[in-house]
Design a protein. Sequence first.
Length: 118
Amino acid sequence: MAFGIGLIFFLSLEGNSNQEEIAAEEEGGEEVVEEGEGAGEGEGAAAGDFDPVAVYEANCASCHGANFEGGVGPNLITTELPPEEIAQVLAEGRGIMPGGLVPEEHIDAMATWITELE
Ligand code: HEC
């Protein structure tokens, strides 16, 4: 009797894991398609669709102000830092400012954009 219950339990586990495998395979198949599309979009972004204003509003304005005037962080219009050092701050963070908010491939463009703010 105990064996029978164990067997049923085992079979139902088997059934579940098979379902999961099938689900995983289906997900995997979709992912391949998505990756294909995503890769194309990614190339487009790298080729010039990067929008520093959108990144700023989403990730920076809370600390540096909606008009770059500063707040928790310093004013970005009057910053004296050269682009290389801004890039370093963006990549590694500084003080309470977290690094990694800007995707690595856009850090240089973001840094240059900041030096051109008026
Ligand atoms: C959590 C708040 C916070 C966020 C979010 C934040 N910063 Fe900062 N940022 C700071 C603080 C504070 C400093 C000053 C760090 C120090 O020198 O100790 C700083 C420094 C800087 C500096 C150097 C300025 C100078 O003159 O020294 C730049 C450039 C900068 N941030 C840009 C950005 C950008 C671009 C983003 C968005 C991707 C961002 N920050 C997001 C708080 C923040």
